[in-house]
Design a protein around this ligand. Structure first.
Ligand code: PGA
Length: 270
């Protein structure tokens, strides 16, 4: 019964791109497990079946929320996918305080953020750590959402395309084509994250198209045409429509605005 309900909540292929859309809410370090349950219940109440047909909707929650959300989503046959915000690249061992990819897979997690700019800047994750985490996520049959983006300083110095190229190139180096076809990459210009200064649809489409062309030149058109590319950075209900309609953009990674179920539902419905 649950499986049957779920099927009706599958996202439809966007005929313009031949890919599905994905809208993911990155809660960052917000929402304890009780708040998380309430938020997801409210979102479920606000969304209509057609919304799940427009895009796959994912909640990227703190580790401590995942088990509660897994049970809730399963027991009520909700149409959400579950995401985690980070993982360690080793699968087990003496790594106090870390969470491995296989542990997340056991919790029904489908997506894992890798290389979010807050991980890169606050926690010192460099491109080689990002590459190892990406590989670990794929090895556990989950899908990484690789986050890339230039800082304000890099943008001013005219280095945006060089930065994106480097971040993508190093991250995907060890990933075989068949897995790479499933990757999600979020173009998140650092200057747009949490600042209220969202990129324009022109910026978003430039970033997404550049990322796609990097994959094409490193691999093939078949791989780059299959990859999903999201835009993230100060997305809200007012700008979501034009950003998701930008060329090469397959969806949105929403931070602050995803914490309010009403605003997040408006983003999906916009
Ligand atoms: P924001 O965050 O929407 O609050 O700018 C986006 C992100 O960090 O993924």
């Amino acid at each position: 019964m649950a499986a049957k309900n779920r099927e009706t909540l599958q996202p439809k292929i966007n005929p313009n791109t031949n890919r599905t859309r994905l809208i993911a809410g990155n809660w960052k370090m917000n929402m304890n497990h009780l708040e998380a349950i309430q938020a997801v219940q409210k979102l479920h109440y606000l969304l209509r079946p057609a919304d799940y047909g427009f895009a796959e909707i994912c909640v990227i929650a703190p580790f401590v929320d995942l088990r509660s959300l897994q049970l809730l989503i399963d027991s009520d046959s909700m149409g959400f996918s579950l995401g985690a915000q980070n993982c360690y690249f080793e699968s087990k061992g003496a790594f106090t305080g870390e969470i491995s990819a296989p542990m997340l897979a056991k919790l029904g997690v489908r997506y894992v953020l890798v290389g979010h700019s807050e991980r890169r800047t606050i926690f010192g994750e460099d491109d080689s750590i990002v590459a190892k985490k990406l590989k670990a996520v794929f090895e556990s049959q989950m899908i990484p959402i690789l986050c890339v983006g230039e800082t304000e300083q890099e943008k001013q110095a005219g280095r945006s395309s060089e930065v994106l190229t480097r971040q993508v190139q190093i991250a995907i180096e060890a990933v075989p084509d068949e897995l790479l076809k499933r990757i999600v990459i979020a173009y998140e210009p650092v200057w747009a994250i949490g600042t209220g200064l969202a990129a324009t649809d022109v910026d978003a489409s430039w970033g997404a198209s550049h990322i796609r062309s990097v994959i094409r030149s490193l691999r093939s058109a078949a791989v780059s045409d299959s990859a999903h590319i999201l835009y993230g950075g100060s997305v809200n209900a007012g700008n979501a429509r034009s950003l998701i309609d930008s060329e090469s953009v397959d969806g949105l990674l929403v931070g602050g605005a995803s914490l309010d179920p009403e605003e997040f539902a408006r983003i999906v419905q916009s």
